[in-house]
Write a protein that binds this ligand. Structure first.
Ligand SMILES: [Zn+2]
Length: 327
């Protein structure tokens, strides 16, 4: 076997490992006790099957109780309830096994894979792939809602806009405009009510926050509503020229510094490079998805936050993966 073949083989193994890590991460989030430590999900060894704790009362005091549709069944000695290995995970009540979920979960978190490609890889229909992906996104959205992301230290705030999209919705003949084709541009110039505003905050070297708030430019009230709970007091936040951000100074006791246009891309401390980078990432993904229905934007925001923050096993594994190429 040549070195190249060894590397390919090793990469393939890592791919499987990565897929498993992603599914484990999602499953950890979807368990009833979602107080999950997200920092090192890949470090924890998988629970041995005979020790799967009760998903209802969380005790280890359980026993095996036969099989249910091929899955090990358990009974809790404390609360008496029966459950299987997938109870309390995203795979609960699913017709599909871990392998299919692993593929869909990894592709979703990797962001660059189309649903058709995922469907083909996993041997499922486009609709099934869509439903599974959205189940995963819902788990991420629930986590986003539950854990109030707070940015602090030196941060950058800005808003970005995506075209309104009614993808997947049957054309309504009373709609104010013709449905837009893929890659089409807005019919109105500038920022209009055809544009959905996503407010974003990036802490340098830290947390990331994205929330869809409205159409067109946000009002002061909307800025306050979007960021109030998500900026720690004492934060120094750089923004562009939009004056509305100033209202956050009294709302959260932070400092808002407006960055002049010519300094927005400099290498000095005063710049908006991080938040601009995050916007490029969002735009790039939307181009790749060929639009996302507006009603799903916050689910995708949760995905972007998860991926961008990197508090996720895939980051470590990707590093290992790329490390292999240097061997
Ligand atoms: Zn129990």
């Amino acid at each position: 076997m040549t070195n190249y073949e060894k590397i390919c083989l090793k990469s393939k193994e890592l791919d499987v490992k990565k897929q498993r890590a992603v599914l484990k991460f999602i499953n950890e989030l979807s368990k009833n006790d979602t107080d999950t430590d997200l920092s090192e999900p890949s470090e924890r060894s998988p629970e041995p099957e005979h020790l799967k704790p009760c998903p209802h009362c969380h005790t280890d005091n359980v026993k095996k109780a036969g099989f249910e549709r091929g899955k090990q069944r358990f009974q809790c000695k404390v609360c008496g309830k029966h459950y299987v290995t997938t109870t309390g995970t995203i795979m609960e009540n699913s017709h599909y096994g871990a392998k299919v979920w692993e593929t869909v979960a990894a592709d979703t978190l990797e962001e660059n894979v189309s649903l058709d490609k995922t469907a083909e890889k996993a041997g499922i229909s486009h609709n099934t792939a869509f439903n599974m992906r959205h189940k995963i996104l819902l788990v991420l959205e629930a986590k986003k809602k539950k854990e109030t992301t707070k940015i602090s230290g030196i941060s950058e705030l800005d808003e970005t806009y995506v075209l309104e999209c009614e993808k997947g919705k049957k054309f309504d003949e009373n709609a104010p405009r013709e449905p837009r084709k893929h890659g089409a541009v807005a019919s109105k110039r500038g920022i209009s009510d055809e544009q959905i505003c996503i407010m974003t905050g990036v802490q340098r070297g830290g947390a990331v926050y994205a929330e869809t708030v409205n159409r067109a430019h946000p009002s002061n009230e909307e800025i306050k509503l979007a960021f109030k709970e998500h900026i720690a007091p004492g934060t120094i936040a750089f923004t562009d020229g939009l004056k509305g951000y100033k209202c956050l100074e009294t709302a959260v006791d932070c400092v808002i510094e407006s960055v002049p246009n010519d300094k927005q891309k400099t290498t000095g401390t005063v710049n908006l490079n991080n938040v601009n980078g995050f916007h490029s990432h969002i735009k790039d993904k939307y181009k790749h998805y060929r639009g996302v229905a507006t009603k799903y934007l916050n689910r995708y925001n949760a995905l972007f936050q998860t991926v961008e923050i990197g508090s996720f096993a895939i980051t470590n594994l990707s590093v290992q993966n790329s490390g292999l190429l240097i061997v």
